[in-house]
Design a protein around this ligand. Structure first.
Ligand code: ADP
Ligand code: MG
Length: 247
């Protein structure tokens, strides 16, 4: 199958100013993500993983370099269109006050449209349609994450950014959400950029894997090779320590 590039980062840097001092949250990060693939991003806390995601749908703006999404530089996109094309879901699965249906329909309501057959979206993510009238904030963590993914799917995104979406869940819910995401990828050919601190998950689900440390991309490669034969000493040490801790 022909490989099409869906997302490309070219020498991307992001600078934050803390107490008047500039710090590079990301430094000259370059890489490509193939359409329909799953990129897993690992690295220590504070290394810049969430920052990479936030740049890909312009929740924040790069200070240096370019990011191409579907061949167009992100700053050339209409921002509403970009955010429909590139969906994002977070660990906390934030919900607004209101029912499940209101939360689900929000992306379309913002455009003055209504959602046909909301129950289909719930069904797809494994939630009962009886929940439509329930307060979203009353849902369990696992149900909230399903609803958060369903709400993203309403926009039919081509790219899905996932920031530690299973980290707050018990192991059964985590596994179910992981299966749901794999199904979204398989059935809709959605390109996925998946930040996770669960190394086994990164290894299980990834096509490619990136290791980010102190704002730099220190290693990238096909997931199997990345985990079986890491090259960079910093990657080796990181994998070694975390694998040891999880035993
Ligand atoms: P990760 O997701 O890998 O834990 P982040 O991308 O959240 O890391 O953060 C990378 C670095 O940038 C950290 O040092 C963090 O403190 C800093 N940072 C992130 N967002 C901001 C912000 N809005 N303002 C200032 N510093 C930030
Ligand atoms: Mg983060």
């Amino acid at each position: 199958m022909q490989k099409i590039t869906e997302v490309e980062l070219k020498n991307v840097s992001k600078i934050f100013v803390n107490d008047g001092e500039e710090m590079y949250a990301l430094r000259k990060v370059s890489g490509t993500v193939t359409k329909g693939s799953i990129l897993t991003i690992i690295g220590p806390s504070g290394s810049g993983k969430s920052t990479i995601l936030s740049l890909c749908n312009l929740l924040s703006t790069p200070d240096e370099g370019e990011i191409y999404v579907g061949e167009k530089e992100i700053r050339e996109w209409n921002i509403q269109e970009l955010r429909r094309y590139v969906g994002i879901a977070f660990q906390s699965a934030p919900m607004l006050a209101g029912t499940v249906e209101e939360n689900l329909c929000l992306p379309l309501k913002l455009r003055g449209q209504s959602l046909e057959e909301p129950e289909k979206y719930l069904d797809f993510v494994g939630l009962s349609k009886d929940l439509l009238t329930r307060e979203a904030k009353e849902l369990s963590g696992g149900q909230r994450q399903r609803l958060s993914l369903a709400r993203t799917l309403v926009n039919k995104p081509s790219v899905l950014l996932l920031d530690e979406v299973t980290s707050a869940l018990d192991s059964i819910s985590s596994q179910e959400i992981e299966e749901l995401i794999m199904r979204i990828n398989a059935e809709r050919q959605t390109t996925i950029i998946w930040v996770t601190h669960d190394l086994n998950q990164a290894k299980r689900v990834g096509t490619q894997t990136w290791m980010v440390m102190e704002g730099s991309l220190v290693e990238s490669g096909p997931t199997e090779l990345f985990f079986s034969q890491p090259k960079d000493n910093r990657t080796k040490e990181f994998l070694h320590n975390l694998m040891r801790d999880s035993q």
